[in-house]
Design a protein around this ligand. Structure first.
Ligand code: KG4
Ligand code: ZN
Length: 341
């Protein structure tokens, strides 16, 4: 890998995130990173409103980049390349990041590297732990994605399972909304769930036969349980925590059963878990008990969307000589296993 300084830009959903990364060989140094979250703006609508998200990115991105360069004490002429998320994600949001990046890259006459957001998550653990020797299993578990891959190396992904409907983070957030938490309620639901050791409520068990993940049935089951126990949940604080515990267990059990089945089927013993839900303490504890030192999680700030993971994925693509397209388009859908080097 030749030494390079890469600016990473991420605008695929509701976080405007930027970072400057210096890489040399397998060495990685984060020179600066910044994030502008839109959660407060979307919370009043109970979810991400795409048009508003695009406008927020447009307002935040130029200043965020300017401040980042100033704080990292990097002149724009020191940048070797820009990596930008071009998919999967919300089209209008991706366009803001792409058009801005194209303008800056063209003004500086440096390459622009289109990055797959999922590939960004898939390398995010390396920001803290360095490269992991392939092959290994990798679970991407976030608000928009839930997919389990067999990783043979950078750019070599084979899908094992992905969600047929809702993502795991979405299941956390939708269940949390039913329990009265403001959007995105996943972290608050998880924190409440961890205050009780068990639950008097039961939710549907994982379907072991199904090869993919599915979480939409859980949402319906939670809705039924909440309406059946409405007054109990209002009067008894412990009941609300136990309902949160039942929801968390159902989601985590689905993830864990599929991972264990994949370990048996592939014989792979190493596991990487990335994406917003990989912050979850119970998930970390359960997988830690199963995999010991062979399970790796990114630092919490790199589990959720961030610019450093995009800069790293771009830097790897650049050093491996992947072609830089002059005409790049955004892609709302872009399965990461289609990213062939
Ligand atoms: O990766 P991310 O920032 O955005 C997407 O690419 O979707 O993930 C955000 C998701 C949200 O659904 C949020 O509720 C969930 O991650 N999340 C959690 C926790 N922290 C964040 N879910 C469960 N437990 C947590 N501690
Ligand atoms: Zn993400």
């Amino acid at each position: 890998m030749t030494p390079s300084i890469v600016l990473g830009i991420e605008t695929s959903c509701d976080e405007t995130a930027v970072a400057i990364l210096a890489t040399e060989g397998t060495g990685i140094k984060i020179l600066g990173e910044a994030i502008s979250s839109q959660i407060d703006v979307h919370a009043r609508y109970g979810g991400v409103v795409p048009e508003i998200a695009s406008r927020e990115h447009l307002a935040a991105l130029p200043l965020l980049c300017e401040n980042l360069l100033a704080e990292a004490r990097i002149g724009s002429d020191s940048l070797d390349a820009i990596g930008v998320t071009v998919g999967p994600g919300l089209k209008g949001c991706l366009l803001v990041g792409l058009v801005y990046s194209q303008a800056v890259a063209s003004a500086l006459s440096i390459p622009l590297v289109p990055v797959n957001h999922i590939e960004g998550h898939l390398v995010s653990h390396e920001l803290s732990h360095g490269p992991l020797e392939a092959p290994y299993l990798a679970l991407v578990v976030s608000g928009g994605h839930t997919e389990l891959h067999r990783v043979e190396g950078f750019g070599k992904y084979a899908i094992i399972a992905r969600t047929r409907d809702d993502a795991a983070g979405e299941a956390f957030d939708k269940s949390a909304a039913l329990l009265g938490f403001p959007y995105p309620g996943g972290p608050a639901l998880a924190a409440l769930a961890d205050t009780v050791p068990s639950s008097r409520f039961s939710l549907p068990k994982v379907s072991r036969e199904m090869s993919d993940f599915s979480f939409s049935g859980l949402k319906t089951a939670v809705m039924l349980q909440v309406s059946k126990n409405r007054s109990l949940l209002l009067e008894d604080g412990s009941a609300r925590a136990e309902m949160a515990c039942a929801v968390q267990s159902a989601i985590l059990e689905t993830l864990i059963q599929k991972i264990l089945a994949a370990r048996r089927a592939t014989g792979l013993t190493k596991l990487v878990v990335v994406g917003g839900v990989s912050v979850n303490r119970s998930l970390r504890a359960r997988l830690g008990a199963e995999f010991g030192a062979d399970v790796i999680f990114p630092a919490p700030k790199h589990c959720t969307d961030n610019g450093s993971m995009i800069a790293l994925a771009a830097s790897k693509r650049l050093s491996l000589g992947s072609s830089i397209h002059s005409s790049v388009e955004v892609r709302s859908r872009w399965p990461v296993e289609e990213m062939i080097l």
